[in-house]
Design a protein around this ligand. Structure first.
Ligand SMILES: [Zn+2]
Length: 260
């Protein structure tokens, strides 16, 4: 068995990055799929750089949006520093795609023959510290805090186009989701006009699934903390202007909800 401390080399980043821990916003931001980094000793899991850069490796653009939101709303933000292909920080450990054998139709060679010990090392080195930090953030947060998980999605999956520019994904907290949906739609109309083709997905492209999603159900819902996930379509946030625009739309939506 590989010792826990040897999964990450001395010069590799910690499993997570915590920004603005003392932020005064009621929002607690998390970005489970912020990075496509693979620990050097896992040799890119046998994938090419292009594969790791694609949507299977990470939520491209999500970290950039999260950082802007953290700064402009003065909200704490936790970002995972490693690819979901190493271990998915938003999956139950027993889920088949916790350490996926394949993703988006691509086989992951480095996950093919994995001993229980190797899986445990990834869990103890990356998943557990990240989730423990979310728990710590939430236990120190204001009683009225809201957990907001920022993700991005590929415009097309298995040949099916996804028309939404942004999606509000939720399960228990339907009232909070309704307010987000309304605020985002108003904001988007304000930015793009009344006939805007920018669609806001209602539990699209994903909903929160039992036994699949981890962060929202376990860290938020089980604590009684209002929790939702925002999914932004990746082609909207691939350059600084797009990142700024969609960060503004989200931030303004949140601020408008505070005025109500
Ligand atoms: Zn994601």
């Amino acid at each position: 068995m590989i010792a826990t401390q040897t999964l990450l080399g001395e010069n590799e980043p910690a499993p997570f990055e915590l920004i603005n821990a003392g932020g005064r916003s009621n929002l607690v931001l998390v970005c489970d799929h912020a990075s496509n980094r693979v620990p050097a000793r896992l040799a890119n899991l046998g994938l090419t750089e292009a594969q790791l850069n694609s949507h299977i490796g990470w939520d491209s653009g999500a970290a950039a949006v999260s950082r802007i939101l953290s700064a402009c709303l003065d909200a704490p933000l936790l970002l995972s520093n490693y690819s979901r292909l190493v271990i998915d920080c938003n999956r139950w450990l027993i889920a088949a795609d916790s350490i996926p054998q394949s993703s988006g139709g691509v086989l992951i060679p480095g996950n093919g023959v994995l001993s229980e010990g190797e899986g445990l090392v990834r869990r103890l080195t990356l998943f557990e510290p990240y989730q423990a930090e979310i728990a710590a953030l939430l236990s120190n947060a204001a009683p009225q805090c809201v957990l907001l998980s920022i993700h991005s999605f590929t415009p097309s999956l298995f040949g099916v186009d996804r028309p939404w520019s942004i999606g509000v994904c939720y399960r228990k907290d339907q009232e909070l989701a309704r307010r987000w949906l309304a605020a985002l739609r108003v904001n988007i109309k304000g930015k793009f006009g009344n006939n805007s083709a920018e669609l806001v997905g209602d539990n699209e492209p994903y909903s929160i699934e039992e036994g699949c999603d981890y962060t929202i159900p376990v860290q938020g819902e089980s604590r009684g903390i209002p929790s939702i996930m925002l999914e932004i379509r990746q082609d909207k946030i691939q350059d600084p202007a797009g990142v700024q625009l969609w960060s503004d739309i989200i931030a303004e939506a949140w601020l408008s909800m505070q005025d109500q």
